[in-house]
Design a binder for this molecule. Structure first.
Ligand code: ADP
Ligand code: GN1
Ligand code: MG
Length: 376
């Protein structure tokens, strides 16, 4: 029975929430890079019930109350839309926040300044760090596109930007250059090839934002962290059951979401693979993603369709730049489990960029064929 993992007295935290029964245990869970996540078990009159407890990383999300306000609005809206469409089992298809006892707040701040939140635990489904089949890629892409569809009519006001300029690639490039200049940990010399890799591609960074500024690519409500392990797939049917990890749902470009799906779902290896000879963009996974996404994302305009392939390359380059920046700054942002892991993650991303560059023409043909099929 782990009642005090990582120094926290979980009994004291969980009793703040409207989870009934007897606390049994809290076990670290999942492989996210940002928050601390625990699977919590309660016994309700002898039956075990699970919840998902998270300590929000408030160094990264500097305004946790704004994050939770977004999440409440988004999940309430998604549930209402699903219910009015006659979808059953709605609480399995949207994250459900468990409120605090008494004051009914979406999160609880403890005496040490930690912010905690609790969700219903989605049973009978799981996430994958590396996907195994084209069916999984297609289902994941469908689920993310449905999520974007469901939020298209979210009433005003605009959602909070929980991390400003999150996908602003020119700003990410400037941050990398600053980190190289400061070289706080004397690591830049060991990452020369990676820094050069980025500089050679610097001209690509502003492409989507420029088209956005010209009014060609619209702002939408997007997820902004559509890594493949942020969508739960049903254990039996394989269906995309629920989109999770909603901290970064905010105004963005739909292409950021498609791009991050391409980055994470087409990868042949884990994100920190050191044997780069194993790393490649699996084109059959790309085809499945594009099929699934385009089947649901009828809202995409011509300019967005034109940039689907490019978005994968850009987001992969940008996430690689972020891993590199964090490596140079001393691993202060992403969780790491061994020395050099952020540099390994960066190298793996850049190998994926190369693989996408090599296969760009074939990827474009796939998108064109799917779009042509839809036009018929
Ligand atoms: P992070 O922001 O650190 O990535 P996530 O919110 O993605 O944290 O949660 C980490 C992992 O916990 C997910 O990849 C998923 O496997 C699991 N998880 C998150 N929310 C739920 C939930 N409501 N039910 C079941 N599992 C969940
Ligand atoms: C983080 O939270 P998680 O692990 O799903 C990061 C993403 C990166 C991803 C890379 C808030 O996602 O932006 O793409 O790691 N989330 C945040 O694996 O920075
Ligand atoms: Mg996550």
């Amino acid at each position: 029975m782990s009642s005090a993992v990582a120094g926290f007295k979980f009994q004291d935290v969980v009793r703040r929430f409207r989870a009934w029964g007897d606390f049994v245990e809290a076990v670290p869970y999942g492989s996210g890079h940002i928050n601390d996540t625990y699977k919590v078990t309660f016994s309700m009159a002898g039956a075990h019930v699970h919840y998902l407890l998270q300590r929000i990383n408030h160094k990264i999300f500097k305004n946790p109350a704004a994050v939770m306000e977004n999440i409440m609005r988004v999940t309430d809206h998604v549930r209402a839309r699903l219910a009015s469409a006659g979808v059953g089992n709605v609480t399995r298809h949207s994250l459900c926040v468990v409120l605090t006892r008494g004051d009914a707040q979406p999160c609880y701040q403890d005496g040490e300044g930690n912010w905690w939140r609790m969700y219903l635990f989605i049973e009978g489904a799981r996430t994958f760090d590396t996907i195994q089949s084209e069916g999984q890629a297609e289902e994941a892409a469908r689920a993310y596109a449905r999520f974007q569809n469901l939020l298209a009519d979210l009433p005003a006001p605009r959602l909070h930007e929980t991390i400003p300029n999150f996908h602003n690639t020119p700003i990410r490039l400037a941050a990398l250059r600053e980190a190289v200049k400061a070289d706080a940990c004397n690591r830049a010399a060991g990452a020369r090839a990676e820094i050069e890799f980025v500089e050679k591609r610097a001209a690509l960074c502003a492409r989507l934002l420029d088209r956005n500024a010209r009014g060609e690519i619209p702002e939408r409500i997007t997820h902004n962290d559509t890594k493949i392990n942020n969508v739960m797939l049903d254990d039996v049917t394989g269906e995309g059951v629920c989109v999770i990890d909603l901290d970064t749902v905010m105004p963005g470009l739909a292409l950021y979401d498609f791009g991050d799906m391409v980055r994470s779902a087409t990868a042949s290896t884990p994100e920190d693979e050191r044997d780069l000879s194993k790393v490649r963009m699996r084109i059959e996974m790309f085809e499945a993603l594009a099929r699934g996404y385009l089947a649901e994302a009828a809202f995409l305009n011509a300019a967005e369709r034109e940039e689907l392939v490019f978005s994968g390359r850009l987001i992969t380059l940008m996430i690689g730049m972020r891993f590199l920046t964090d490596y140079l700054q001393g691993d202060v942002y992403f969780k790491t489990h061994r020395p050099g892991q952020n540099l390994d993650r960066c190298r793996m991303q850049f190998r994926m960029v190369m693989s996408m560059e090599e296969q760009a023409e074939a990827m474009e043909k796939i998108v064109a064929a799917i779009c042509a099929g839809q036009a018929v």
